[in-house]
Design a protein around this ligand. Sequence first.
Ligand code: SF4
Ligand code: SF4
Length: 501
Amino acid sequence: MANVDSPRPSPKRRLPLVDDAAPGVGSRAPERDADGAVRAGSFDDDAFIPGAGSLGRDGKRLRPYPADVRGRFVRARRVVYYGLIVLWAALPWIPIGGHPAVFLDVERRVFYLFGATFNAQDLWLAFFLLSGFGFGLLCVTALLGRAWCGWACPQTVFTEAVFRPIERLVNGPRNEALRRASATASADAVVRRVVTHALYAVAAFLVAHVFLAYFVSLPGLFAMMSTRPRAHPEAFAWMLGTTALVYVAFAVFREQFCVVMCPYGRLQSVLLDDDALVVGYDVRRGEPRGKAGAADTGDCVDCKRCVVVCPTGIDIREGLQLDCIACTACIDACDEVMDRLDRPRGLVRYDSLRGLRGEKRRVLRPRLVAYATLLVVGFVVAAVAARGREPFEANLLRLPGAPYTRDAGVLRNGFEVHLVNKESAPMTFVLEPGDGNQADLVIPIATVEVAATTSRRIPIFATVPEDHFAGPRPVVVRIRTDRSQREVRATFLGARAAEVR
Ligand code: SF4
Ligand code: SF4
């Protein structure tokens, strides 16, 4: 049995559907008949249909052309996919607090997220955002298996909702598309291929533009689109690069991205356990396969409908495989067959590995509790950290040059207060001596207005009569706004003339 974490020993990587020998995924020997022969539908490498899946035994790609399928999950997925795309395309259009709902102004290092404004100093909050997303994904995986892959991952969403329909429109259903793909020299096939890829490129171009709107805002995007590329070469290069990436990911790489590249997909062998929900085939009910009406056969009539609809080109009956993105197409396909045969649905279904073995599924289990606890702890810490986030940043910095000057018996240090307004509205600051300050402060601009998400530097001079100077002493400036205040500190330096000589 192949270890799913090791380099690919064969074109197909699989996790066992039933595990009698050990708990967890990936440790079962193939099932054998009484005479020792490997049973159809078992998991021995040698028992696999050569060339099935999206990679052939020679390592070359076998591009899947999935057949159309109808059913409840297909309908539900379509609603989710188009809903997600509409939401994604709408976020740069929806104004919240005078800014787009999501606008990542990388050039100014200001980020607008659903009415909140963050800047470069708040980047540490991204740690909580990313770890929260990670723990959330772990929770979802422990509970619902690869629901993310099948229902919400951009790779699946755009492939199934945008790029696959283009392919279907130009090249026809599976059989026609397969015929055209093999007729490489026919003029009709060549023209269709060119049209398909031209439409892919247009779709990638549009996707890239919406994606770019997240970083330059819609007005910025429209302004760029109405001027020549040489007026904004950097943005134009980003747009071309993003278009190329989208095209390669969705038109060329497609299921290979999930199968070969995606780290989340590669981690499934450790993330899934026997109680996670997966799309699986009921071996006990389906085997042995045989024609409808044949004696001593299970419910699977070996029609291979579940195989031809699979976007990654695998046979779900061979067990849970890393290539399975839980898209549910095979569930709908098999349900359709079962309906026609007047047999109960669910030969291929959402269930846990334990459930497929006829055992009771445990929903609440240690790993789910651990992931959920980490998620809640992370959420609480993030909420507390976000609440304690200051609306402005302030620092007291020494001016470059000599640390002090002496003038008519007075020692003088030059500083500047660096103010950063992190909010999306102008902010007024009042500067004054703070508690514990031990120098005379000259603050030329005591009331300062700083525009939204910008910064200003205000010079300040601290003086101490030379006679009074006995060593370094604190300089403290209090900075007040109408909502909060804080003090910034520096050290006054100097030396008496007598000491210098
Ligand atoms: S669609 Fe159902 S009946 Fe047909 S091969 Fe697949 S599991 Fe068997
Ligand atoms: S095996 Fe079924 S659920 Fe998995 S990718 Fe193929 S069609 Fe989708």
